[in-house]
Design a protein around this ligand. Sequence first.
Ligand code: ZN
Length: 87
Amino acid sequence: MVQLSTETCFFCERPFIFGEQQYYGQYIHQWELCICDVCRSLNWDGINPRYEPRLLAHLSERQLLRPGRSARGLLVLACRVGSSEAA
Ligand SMILES: [Zn+2]
């Protein structure tokens, strides 16, 4: 039995499989953190405000650029959800 490598989601703090041909999330280079597929799909149109203080603290700690805000005033996720977006 191969031990699958995992990463921990920055947002929900749950581990997810990352590697060995299966990726249930992704690494966001701009933010230097990992996000699981669940959080990515739940926050695709903006980061849930309850994660905002922790995310902003993480970004300023690492001197990373803050994301812009959506029309709804939410921080915009730095990754794309793929081809499911309407063209
Ligand atoms: Zn998550």
